[in-house]
Design a binder for this molecule. Structure first.
Ligand SMILES: O=C(O)C(=O)C[C@]1(C(=O)O)C=C[C@@H](O)C=C1
Length: 378
């Protein structure tokens, strides 16, 4: 392995905006030379990733080579170095794919998500694990938990909240009984499209979509298709699958579902809020070390006594730990008792977080650490 597998130096001068300084042929020559360098460097990086794999010793499976905290650090450095013209998001996407390919040299990770193909959950899974991972489309959020628990999937990706519509309660409720750990989060900008077989708005009498997506597009539907029946189904991709079989039906789904199911865009984006974003959680079977910018999710079953919640939250402020989110859900098995899902900044291995959790415990029946994981990189 040579220290630098480049066969040519990078271009001496960069092209500037405005009047073209280089001819088409010259610019393409430069691109060809850069591509040779990039390819050599990617191959060299892949060899070093193999060395890292060997340095980790004889591990049992692909899942044991995955290091989310290291990936987050690599990607944050990519963002810090980026001076354009490509956006941080694009640069991060390219580097994620490189890491995904490097890791898949051991064996591709198996990632369960809410299927069928073409869902936003699949997009989130690809965004986080790249295209060298192996996707397992599953029938429900419950099934994603089950397949990760059973070891048939290495990780799972499930939606947890939408910027406009709030929490996906099924996901939170699964943590009441599941012992899976949260080992990552993914934020996905969600663009909804109205898709149909003919592509003609005047044919549409029924609109299929997931209830969350129907809610995200409520105003648009009221304005443009006031008389169409809205039919809630289990996923947006399922909506696209149904719309494929009828002339008078349409689906609200992502563009990729339209491509998978051969539907034409009638209109889009049709979501009411332009910043429509869904946050997904990555589920695994173990906790990972700190990445330097982490979040911790805990589930607190408070005691049934006056001021219990205030006592539980007090130590966070005392130790300067920021609370990002709190949500209550009925605790299973106990009428009128509640469990609080709390997201805080930091990692359970951080001294302040550790001390705050310890001081909370006398006021809780139980504190369950759901996971400490890197804050989403764009
Ligand atoms: O640094 C490691 O531990 C690696 O295995 C290398 C690498 C990478 O390509 O950078 C690949 C997979 C891991 O999830 C993290 C990083």
């Amino acid at each position: 392995m040579s220290p630098a597998a480049t066969d040519e130096e990078a271009p001496m001068s960069k092209p500037t905006a405005g009047k073209p300084k280089f001819s088409l042929a010259e610019a393409r020559e430069r691109i060809d030379a850069i591509d040779r360098n990039i390819q050599g460097l990617i191959a060299e990086r892949a060899q070093w990733a193999q060395q890292v794999g060997k340095a980790k010793g004889a591990l049992k499976a692909a899942v044991d080579y995955y290091r989310p905290e290291r990936e987050a650090q690599v990607l944050r450095r990519v963002v810090d170095r980026n001076e354009g013209p490509l956006s941080n998001e694009e640069m991060v996407r390219l580097f994620r794919e490189i890491m995904s390919a490097c890791l898949a040299q051991q064996e591709p990770l198996k990632i369960g998500f809410l299927g069928p193909e073409g869902t936003f959950s699949e997009q989130a899974a690809r965004k986080h694990f790249g295209h060298s991972s192996h996707g397992l489309p599953l029938g429900s959020i419950e099934e994603v938990f089950q397949e990760v628990e059973a070891g048939n999937a290495d990780f799972g990706v499930v939606p947890v909240e939408n910027s406009g519509q709030g929490t996906i309660q099924v996901t939170l409720d699964m943590f009441l009984t599941s012992d899976l750990k949260i080992c990552g989060e993914v934020e996905l900008r969600v663009h909804q499209y109205l898709l149909s077989r003919s592509g003609r708005v005047e044919d549409i009498e029924r609109v299929y979509s997931h209830p969350q997506s129907l809610a995200q597009c409520k105003s648009w539907l009221r304005q443009h298709l006031p008389n169409a029946e809205r039919v809630p189904v289990s996923s947006n991709a399922e909506a696209a699958r149904r719309a494929r079989n009828a002339d008078d039906a349409a689906a609200i789904a992502g563009e990729s579902a339209g491509l998978v199911y051969g539907l034409k865009p009638v209109a889009g984006p049709v979501e009411d809020r332009p910043d429509n974003t869904t946050r997904f959680l990555v589920l695994g079977r173990e906790l990972f070390p700190p990445s330097g910018n982490d979040r911790t999710s805990v589930l607190v079953f408070v005691k049934d006594q006056p001021g219990a919640l205030a006592h539980v939250l007090g130590p966070l402020a005392e130790h300067d730990v920021t609370m990002n989110r709190i949500e209550s859900r009925p605790a299973h098995g106990r009428k009128w008792q509640y469990a609080f899902f709390i997201d805080i900044s930091g990692h359970v291995e951080d001294e302040a977080v550790r001390a705050a959790l310890e001081e909370m415990s006398p006021f809780a029946r139980r504190i369950k650490i759901l996971g400490s994981y890197p804050v989403a990189v764009p």
